[in-house]
Design a binder for this molecule. Sequence first.
Ligand code: ADP
Length: 201
Amino acid sequence: MTAAPQTRLLIIGPPGAGKGTQASRIVERFGVPWISTGDIFRANIKAGTPLGQRVSQLIEAGKLVPDELTNEIVEDRLRHEDVSSGFLLDGYPRTVDQVHALDRVLESDARALDAVVLLEVDTDEVVARLLKRAEIEGRVDDTEEVIRHRQQVYAEQTQPLVELFGDRGILIAVDGLGSVDDVSDRIFAALDAKLEPKTAA
Ligand code: ADP
């Protein structure tokens, strides 16, 4: 027993499920860094870096950034010193190949995910939310057509991860409908129940 206890979490759910809002609460409570691939890409686009230039059109169209590139970015990020307390991944992995890439990175370090929070909301609700957010934030990938495309990409590429993590016994499905506080209360209760045996050991 040398390493300090870590909490390695992942949050997934369809675009517009409220992942970002809940992610900010989870990282505050668990004191772990928040790793959002969407934020990393947007920051690079804003700063006009080579990475930003490479991904901007894909993101504007609601398409996924290629796995290879995304995997490399996350692998780099997971080498930073601050993940010694664990981490919350938000928006990654998003494809089965990304799950395998993440497995390899974590295995090489004798780490594994402790829990995966799935935020469940129905499609009509999330499309309505995203259109509202588009008015407020003006995100380039929040037009109706792109939103629908992102939902489709989620259904095709990311939905299979639900079963995969379910089979591993680390999935926590949380109803994402209700107030922000209601949803985070549900998440914390479920996470505490899931992580408790580990902390007690
Ligand atoms: P949302 O959860 O609202 O879909 P994100 O901020 O997570 O938004 O992602 C925005 C966009 O960034 C995605 O539509 C995609 O183009 C790109 N992206 C983010 N994460 C990944 C990933 N893991 N793999 C590929 N592309 C990604």
